[in-house]
Design a protein around this ligand. Structure first.
Ligand code: SF4
Ligand code: SF4
Length: 371
């Protein structure tokens, strides 16, 4: 399996990383089988968090592969924002994992700049991470968040973090384009290591793992972390990593044309349409993307996707960001009504029914009742 350098940490990480959250769902014996099979196959990155099952994921990893500690990069995460609790959490992680050090500790789920600010205070969790690093308990310090990458952009600019972990997949490329347009270039220019999480968009892309992993592997990242909890999934993910060949741009472009999850609803933010009444169409749909990741589509359609989208639409919710972005628009979606013949639709390479979507976005973002 391909190995890539994790930015300035100089660690080498295997292309496929083993995410430990879903180990909570299986007995330790099966967890041990999966983790050891992954290492036997050449995998070299295992990740967990103190908060996963109150240490249960860490304990399963410790019980399963601590004797092979020098064969993999070990990453765990800390949630508390205050120094004292964070320090004891780090110590407990080491006990759970049966090791004397983490290769990378991530300040986890730093979802907005206020949380980052708290973590960076003198009595915040960053200070605990720094002390752990000085004591040799932690080799490198990183930070993670989901969705819109505001905190990660700020975190890199502080110069305090060697690694970031971000949501990256072809579905959320359309919802949070700043991840690939701003965050990844900034990470590259500062030699910050990038860990990719959620290659399947929390399972939303479950019908197309080949495409989803191909897209994830092709990003300028070091490791793609996939949650694994059964043998079939492990076998498939390993195959995809082992057989990965960089795709051409044509193949990547085709994903955005053909992917069924995007269909004729999700705005790809391509800037190719315009409105005869002056509505900034792309900005309305970008607000909708923040609101619910463009998941509520006004009809049930495929029931499996409907059920999934109902579960995932407000996952790591950034609804307020959607409202705030939309509130700045004048004119907004209300200016689009039945009297317009909808010349915008012919401009959209993805055949999105812009008038219909505009109405739906207006309901969501104007906080009106849909049904
Ligand atoms: S249908 Fe709506 S968005 Fe499209 S041109 Fe007409 S007013 Fe603008
Ligand atoms: S042309 Fe279609 S995909 Fe592109 S910005 Fe307009 S609505 Fe979105």
């Amino acid at each position: 399996m391909e190995y890539r350098r994790l930015g300035k940490t100089e660690l080498q990480t295997s292309l496929l990383g083993f995410g430990g959250y879903h180990l909570l769902e299986i007995p330790v014996k099966e967890a041990s089988y999966l983790l050891n099979t992954y290492l036997d196959a050449g995998g070299g990155y295992i990740e967990t968090a103190a908060s996963y099952g109150l240490g249960e994921s860490e304990r399963k990893i410790g019980a399963s592969v601590s004797k092979r500690r020098d064969e993999f990069v070990l990453v765990s995460k800390v949630n508390p924002r205050d120094k004292e609790t964070a320090a004891s959490t780090i110590d407990q992680s080491l006990i759970n994992l049966k090791t004397d050090h983490l290769d990378v500790l991530l300040l986890h789920g730093v979802e907005n700049p206020d949380v980052l600010k708290r973590a960076l205070q003198d009595d915040g969790s960053y200070a605990a991470a720094l002390e752990a690093k000085k004591a040799g308990k932690v080799r490198h310090i990183g930070i993670s968040m989901h969705g819109k990458p505001t905190s990660l952009l700020e975190a890199i600019k502080t110069g305090k973090f060697e690694v970031i972990m971000s949501t990256i997949n072809y579905y959320d490329r359309c919802n949070f384009p700043e991840i690939e347009d701003e965050l990844l270039p900034l990470a590259a220019s500062t030699d910050t290591g990038v860990i990719l999480m959620k290659p399947l968009a929390d399972g939303f892309l479950y019908k197309n793992p080949e495409t989803a992993f191909m897209y994830a592997f092709s990003r300028p990242i070091s490791v793609v972390v996939a949650g694994i909890n059964n043998r079939e999934m492990l076998k498939k993910d390993l195959e995809l990593a082992e057989n990965y060949k960089p795709p051409g741009q044509e193949k990547i472009d085709a994903i955005f044309t053909d992917a069924p999850e995007l269909g004729e609803y999700v705005c790809r933010q391509c800037e190719k349409c315009s409105c005869v009444r002056g509505i900034d169409i792309q900005e309305v749909f970008a607000s909708e993307a923040y609101f619910d990741r463009q998941m509520m589509r006004g009809s049930v359609g495929d029931t499996a996707y409907y059920a999934l989208s109902e579960r995932l639409k407000f996952w790591f919710a950034q609804k307020q960001d959607g409202y705030d972005r939309y509130a700045k628009l004048n004119p907004n979606a209300d200016t689009c009504d039945e009297t317009c013949e909808g010349p915008c639709r012919a401009m959209c390479p993805y055949n999105i029914d812009i008038k219909y979507k505009m109405r739906l976005a207006g309901y969501k973002l104007g906080q009106k009742k849909i049904y």
